[in-house]
Design a protein around this ligand. Structure first.
Ligand SMILES: [Zn+2]
Length: 267
């Protein structure tokens, strides 16, 4: 017993020392390289954060939203209310949510993560996504990042959707399943393409490996991506996942482009 207490005590001391060393290391790094706002790169007091101005500029997508598209309503129309877009052209996914509106400010965050190797941006993005997607996360059986083609993954070295999906799965205590969906066609980048071109570009781009069919059967899948633009990618993924046996496919993205036709989208 005494030995156990002594061992626990030494473990505690070691953990404290490790934490102290970490804090010291962090302070030292902050002195040498002062933390900068993830969006505008102005100096901030804490690392992995935004300055007050950038934070205030983010447009959070709060309720009420269309239950299927996740687009905002001007006033509350009751639970499960659908937008004209969802009624006129129902997408193959069930429900979609996003944390914030895609604009110059959210674009800076996505670019920091995707093109500037500021992977610490993912932490903040995940926290926002966990909030707006709490219902979808609670219902999900599998958390699946929208996959990159292996060639692009090799070039970029990481999949930004996976950087968001993995911690989201951990937060929600759900199964992270990055292998149930693969991108088997190296599509051209969606940047600069309109809705029709995007649909054509990603059609047949995704596949469920034969060995993963049993994992998907009867499951509720939550697809994770950094930005939903026209919805063409989510639609292509949802079709394939449902065909493979998933009963429900929902989508949670960090940002949502509200007017794809009007906005110059370069993500
Ligand atoms: Zn800023």
């Amino acid at each position: 017993m005494e030995d156990e207490v002594a061992e626990a005590g030494s473990k505690f001391q070691f953990a404290n020392l490790t934490q102290l060393a970490r804090n010291f290391g962090r302070s030292l790094i902050d002195i040498i390289v002062p933390p900068k706002c993830l969006s505008c790169r102005m100096a901030v007091t804490q690392g992995s954060s935004l300055c007050i101005s950038c934070w205030q500029n983010l447009q959070f997508l709060e309720s009420p939203v269309c239950d299927v598209m996740g687009t905002p309503f001007a006033y509350d129309q009751g639970a499960g209310a659908l937008s004209a877009a969802a009624l006129a052209d129902p997408p193959p996914w069930d429900r979609a949510r996003a944390a914030i509106v895609f604009d110059q400010h959210s674009k800076n965050l996505i670019h920091a993560l995707k093109y500037k190797d500021h992977h610490e941006a993912a932490l903040m993005m995940v926290r926002m996504m966990a909030r707006s997607g709490r219902e979808l996360l609670a219902e999900a059986d599998l958390i699946v990042p929208v996959p990159l083609h292996p060639t692009r993954l090799w070039k970029r070295r990481f999949n930004q959707a996976a950087l968001l999906a993995k911690p989201l799965a951990q937060i929600a205590a759900k199964k992270y399943a990055p292998d149930v969906l693969v991108r088997n066609v190296a599509t051209r980048q969606q940047v600069g393409l309109d809705q029709k071109a995007r649909q054509k570009n990603v059609k047949k781009a995704f596949q469920v490996p034969q060995s993963k069919l049993s994992e998907l059967k009867g499951r509720n899948v939550l697809l994770i991506d950094d930005v939903r633009t026209t919805g063409a990618t989510v639609a292509a993924c949802a079709e394939v996942l449902k065909k493979a046996g998933a009963t429900q496919v929902n989508s949670l993205s960090f940002a949502l482009v509200l007017e794809p036709r009007r906005f110059h989208i370069d993500v």
